[in-house]
Design a protein around this ligand. Structure first.
Ligand SMILES: *[C@@H]1O[C@H](CO)[C@@H](O)[C@H](O)[C@H]1NC(C)=O
Ligand SMILES: *[C@@H]1O[C@H](CO)[C@@H](O)[C@H](O)[C@H]1NC(C)=O
Length: 329
């Protein structure tokens, strides 16, 4: 009897300490989520709210097919970058044939590519853009001013578009038009990646705001008072599970706009408690999302997902070689 009582006390003690350890653990874990999200004022949210802007070109049905695309490419461009769009259409956005699934039960790795833009003052653009949109059905344009400072607005627009018009895609990739994308590597690699709350790219874990006024990336203390950024992925090209596009769009009502769009996405991820995943090559631990410029080398590129710095002509030349001979490395 006494012995049983002792045992019971021990069990209770153990139970209490387990709860204590657990709560300390939870406290430590939530430490890097600094404050509970406070909704923005209406005026602050209006900057990124989809209700503020009107579509000039949209493709509401382009994704509503069965099955939905496996990967949706969202490419921010400005209206005048027709040549860059042409190069993307003729290179990685239309690989010779989608790699076929290893078994009939697996999904086919299809992609869909759409270009997102605001408006410019140049009226001459209007009719050529109309023609391009009719011809390719891949232009989404909203009536905000297309400037570098408004890239964050464009990014939130892309996340909203994906969650509204393409909710059944498996993955979404935000990628600039001057990026080389090795879809032959990327698509099979993604097949085995997480489908929820997943975002990967070139992770920047120790970013800090620049305060010098002369920098293109400068932020005032008023725009961003903290002295560190939360982890984020470089904006050149990153991949996320499609559910996370909708969650980022939702989180945007809690995050004040900063003109650095990739940092902004990082701030939305912090609200959601999602950490970006590193994408490193097995042996070398080399970053698969290469955000520096590299000279084209077929066999080096065949082991990377993206490479930065490809003007349209260079992209077309590299692709001509890569698309047919990447397998021979
Ligand atoms: C997504 O899938 C659901 C269920 O299969 C379907 O009802 C819906 O119409 C699809 N939505 C789009 C936009 O394709
Ligand atoms: C962003 O777009 C809005 C809406 O067109 C415009 O009023 C604003 O001036 C733009 N901001 C910048 C910094 O370009």
């Amino acid at each position: 009897m006494r012995r049983a009582l002792h045992c019971w006390t021990l069990v209770k003690l153990l139970g209490v300490s387990a709860v204590l350890v657990l709560s300390v653990h939870v406290l430590l874990r939530t430490k890097d989520v600094p404050r509970s999200p406070r909704p923005l004022t209406d005026a602050e949210f209006a900057l990124v709210s989809p209700l503020t802007y009107r579509f000039i070109h949209n493709q509401p049905a382009v994704c509503a097919r069965s099955p939905a695309p496996f990967l949706l490419f969202l490419v921010p461009v400005s209206p005048q970058e027709a040549e860059a769009r042409g190069a993307v259409r003729r290179t990685w956005s239309s690989p010779p044939s989608p790699p076929s699934p290893p078994s009939p039960h697996e999904e086919t790795l299809t992609t869909l590519t759409l270009f997102f833009m605001g408006v410019t003052e140049d009226r001459g653009q209007v009719s050529s853009l109309q023609e391009e949109s009719t011809r390719h059905s891949d232009i989404i344009q909203m009536d905000f001013l297309d400037t570098y400072q408004n890239l964050t607005v464009k990014t939130v627009m892309m996340m909203n578009w994906a969650s509204t018009f393409c909710p059944n895609a498996s993955y979404v990739m935000k990628v600039d038009a001057d990026i080389f994308v090795n879809v032959f590597f990327l698509l099979p690699w993604l097949r085995n990646s997480p489908r929820h709350d997943f975002i990967t790219g070139s992770v920047i874990g120790d970013g800090r705001p620049r305060r010098d006024r002369n920098s293109k990336w400068s932020l005032t203390e008023d725009q961003f008072p903290e002295d560190r950024f939360p982890p984020y992925v470089s904006g050149a090209g990153y991949v996320l599970s499609a559910d996370l596009a909708a969650r980022i769009a939702w989180a945007s009502r809690f995050v004040r706009v900063v003109p650095l769009e990739d940092v902004y996405v990082g701030l939305c991820l912090r609200v959601l408690g999602v950490r970006p995943s590193y994408a490193l090559a097995g042996f070398t631990l080399r970053n698969l999302f290469e955000i520096r410029n590299l000279e084209y080398d077929r066999c080096v590129f065949s082991r990377l997902i993206i490479v930065n710095g490809f003007k349209p002509g260079k992209l077309l030349r590299a692709w001509q070689d890569f698309s047919t001979r990447h397998n021979s490395c």
